[in-house]
Design a binder for this molecule. Sequence first.
Ligand code: BGC
Length: 623
Amino acid sequence: MDLKLKKIKFILKFILTVLVVTWILPVMYLNIKHPEIEWDWNNIDAEDIHFPQSFAWGTATAAHQVEGNNTNNNWFLWENEVDENNLPRIHNGEKSSLAADHWNRYPDDIELMNQLGVNHYRFSVEWSKIEPKKGVFEYKVIEHYRNLCDSLIRNNITPVVTLHHFTHPIWFEELGAFENKENIDFFIDFSEYVFDHLQDLVPIWCTINEPAVFVAQGYFNGVFPPGKKDPVLAATVFENLLNAHTRVYWHLKELPGGDKAKIGLVKNIFQFDPLRKWHILDWIFSGVLNDVYTHSAIEFLQTGSSTFYLPGMVKKDFHNDNAVGSIDFIGLNYYSRMHVKSQLDLSDPFVFKKREQDIQTDMDYAIYPEGFYKALHTISTLDKPIYVTENGVADQGDSIRTIFISRYLYALNRALKDRLDIRGYFYWSLMDNFEWAEGYKMKFGLYKVDFETQKRILRESSKPFIKMVTKRGADERGYIVSIGDSAPDFTMEYLSGKKVSLSDLKGKVVVLQFTASWCSVCRDEMPHLEKDVWQKFKDKGVVLIGVDRDEPKETVIQFQKDMGTTYPLALDPGSEIFGLFADKNSGVTRNVVIDQNGKIVFLTRLFEKEEYLKMLSVIESLL
Ligand code: BGC
């Protein structure tokens, strides 16, 4: 071979190696590590879900978006400004003005909540009304919020308060707001005042709503006040907001009522996914965005250390020892995701792209319930109870809200079945409101608001939400599942130590008897189950398992000896398995019959002859 050819071969080999190492292998790895989740909605019955009785259902709003007459905050300034091209800051030059007049109409709005059947309401208190001048607190205003809380409680609705939801007084803005860490003291004083006056009525507190959104929109994209586009300042504000959260948390915990209050931070997760799964640069840019937008805050809460990193723009490491342990719960706001496409343009290296197959919302992002499921898993790494503090859709035409609600609730339910500790779900929003830079164009409300007359009308497309909320909880026998539902999957440990998942038993008829050694009616029933089900059908494709409710293994071993039964008993520490089928406060004995396809076909409660005989005939009919 002549030298020239050898050289070419060498160069080609070199290029190939570089390609494999820097592109093909990493892309393969990333695809395995972050697989795209897309469910086959044609084969999913999104209605076939149940939530535990204790699950909190609510709606959410924020002061500036609904109250009206907020003329003393950063957003008031913003709404009345024009940009460098003399154009208004808000879509169509709209202003929040009277908004939904929630300040005056809250009693009627509570009635709307009652009609939905919800039992929680997340709202924010308006700092600029409570403390219109530095150090001057308006008792009348905090009294208003006390009245709101009182009315909610009288209606069996638990108030959930957010201290900072994007707005603060003009005097605070003029001091530089969260650009200066010294200003955090003012936020602490305000939070203390509110907490002192409301803590006896409010059990759940959100310190700051979505630090990453506040920073991205106000200091990077420049579409929220103060309209800056300064990555270095964005990093500082981000650090200050997280430290402000941490300080408020520990400060409130020290105040009377602090020990019993649940205090958390509200985190928005919006995923960035590569548009082209084979393109390393799409992956790299997505990764950078996910890190700065989502993982930085999570890491901060987990370890106390974090980095705000935008390559070529800013890299800021920060640390706060007090961050660890500074949440009693985490609030998750989830809407959608973005697809990232890299391009050969150094001044604009990536763009966001829509995909044709996606259903778009009016906010110009897609419906992506699988992303909600993913976000719940991501946030669960904090190992704290989760409240979904916001989730909703802008849908003026009323054409996709139904799908949105049923699919996102399905995703939520699926995460619950994975045993994530999700305590509640607050729909955004109770009614149409002022959608920040988008003005009144975006219709997020379960109730449509006619802003001329302030009339509220329930949207037809909101009905799946009401259906799920009113279906909540247990039936009169304590069941949270119904006949026809797919049985939730779980893994149980038999006394022998063997572990079996319900899904492993597909193809068999499964009878779960929920039992306990202290339960006399269980003891009455067990010899019958042994004879009529186990001995009769065990060789004919029936599996009977006694799931012992929350007792130590030794007790259960003794229990089985006492009973002389031979069908397997499984342990259920914390009644976790029981809680998938019935309200944890309800009793045993009960039997759940599951067919060969995993569907629940019969449910019994107590040992009643007629019902018991019916169960036997149902089992027989399945064989
Ligand atoms: C904010 C809300 C907003 C909603 C819908 C969230 O990021 O907390 O104030 O209205 O998104 O865009």
